[in-house]
Structure formats: structure tokens, C-alpha cells
Design a protein around this ligand. Sequence first.
Ligand code: GDP
Length: 297
Amino acid sequence: MAFEGLADRLQSTIKKMTGKGKVSEQDVKEMAREVRLALLEADVNFKVVKDFVKKIKERAVGVEVMESLTPGQQVIKIVKEELTVLMGGEQSKIAVSERPPTVIMMVGLQGAGKTTTSGKLGNLLRKKHNRKPLLVACDVYRPAAVDQLETVGNQLGIPVFSQGTEKNPVDIANEAIEHAKQEHLDYVIIDTAGRLHVDENLMGELTQIKANINPDEIFLVVDAMTGQDAVNVAETFDQTLDITGVVLTKLDGDTRGGAALSIRAVTDKPIKFAGMGEKLDELEAFHPERMASRILG
Ligand code: GDP
């Protein structure tokens, strides 16, 4: 379950506050210390933790009984609100181009879940938003990647535009967009190549695709289970490509939550979706408030 470890720790810290009719400075200090440790243990970025704890301390000192909440309950409310803000506040919507198709470029390292997520996203757009997507195979370095996207498309009954591995990805992407226009498809989801590590060739190719197709969204797919590595990858991709959002995959297996809690603050880019399992319908819009509730119960 996502955030399991963090949820346990924060909830036990917070339970101590619930009954308090009065919150002393000492109480706030202790609570802040434990929140700090819990977040660090969850692999949240060090600076993000520091800023977060400072904020809740400032807000929690001197709370008085307000409306129907005891001071203890108010402190919990503050932590929950700040966790929500940390993960982006409002839910971030997906772009809709005024002139269809809306073009989404999927980028990320190999194994992060890019191909699976491309299929999942097409499925979600079709089922929830009643849109007609097209999947595009632009990872021309690995024949297996093209096959994999075709398999995913077949499973879902979503068309896949592929031209093998001989052509260059910019041409494939452009032709796919033309094809989508002719077929009156609404979304073009481009699955780009990934590498095991960030490298110049990969970034050069992605920059070139971006410059040529001018996508409406560039979603970085990162594996939540890699914690701070995912945050570093996000920073690097964002610096080069100016991404528009993040998809966090494998949140189902991430008991810590460090990436989910750091990426927004570090990159200032929203988390748009979360992968919650291997199945092709296990992609959810990312709701910061619901995530915060998951953590605090
Ligand atoms: P790519 O190399 O980035 O295209 O990655 P793939 O799409 O091939 O995914 C790599 C592995 O991660 C596959 O085994 C997927 O089933 C798995 N995967 C992708 N997303 C999720 C997710 O949200 N949860 C879980 N548990 N597994 C996922």
C-alpha cells in the first residue's frame, strides 16, 4: 500500500495531539520533531522536509479552540493541509488543445513504466473522458518496445501508429499527428525512447522531437519506488525539456512516498497521474488532498 510506513508513523505522532485541549510550545516542538523524522525516513528531500516542518511549526504554535475543533485536532488539520499543498494543492487537469489532436509526449527512463502508462493513459482518456486516442511508437532503438506498445494497444483496442525501427522518431511523430487529424482522433500519445540513465543522446533526441511537434503536454514518467532518484531524474528532465507534468508509477508498491512528497516542491511541476498497479486500468488522476488523507487517515 502506498505511504504505509509514513502513514503509520505520522498517525501515531498525531494521535498524541488529538485529545489535547491546549497545545503548548513544547507539544508543537515534539510533534514537529517527529514529523521531521517520519518524512526523512520516508525519503523526502531534505530541504523539502525543512521547509515543511518550519511551516507547520509556525502555524501550529498558539492555535486556540476554533469552531468545533480542539487545538489538537487543529494541528492535525494544519499538517493535512500542508501535506496537500506539498503535493500540489489542487488536482491538475490534462490539457485539451483547441485544435485537435492534443499531443502528449511521454518521456522517462527505461523501466519507469512509460509504455504501460502510455496505454493506461489512452485507456483513461477513452473511458473517463470519452476521447479517441492514438498511441505512437517512437522508441526506434528497441524493436521490443514497438512490439510492447502494439500489444498494449491490441489489449485495449486502441490504435497504434508504428513504423518499425528504421525511420527517425521526429518523422514518425509528425506522420502520426497527420494520421490522427485525418482520422479525427483527439489525443496523440507518443511513447519515446528511454535509457537506463539520463544521457546526452537521449536528451538531444527528446529536445528535437519537442521542437518539431510542439506537444501540448510533456509527461515525465518516474518510478515512485526509486524515491530521491526519481526526484533527481525529474529535475534533470525538467531542466532540459520543461516538462508539464509528472506521472508517478508503481505507487502501489511504494511504502515510503518520498518521490510523491518531494517532486512538486523540487520541480514546481504537478503530479498529474499515479500508477497503482500493473493492469491497464490502474492509473488514477493524482489528487493531493486524497493522498494526504491516505497518509493521515
Ligand atoms: P518502460 O521501459 O518505461 O516503457 O516501462 P514498462 O512500461 O515496460 O514498465 C516496466 C514494468 O513496470 C512493467 O513490468 C510494468 O508492468 C510495470 N509497471 C508500470 N506501471 C506500474 C504501476 O503503476 N504499478 C506496478 N506495480 N507496476 C507497474
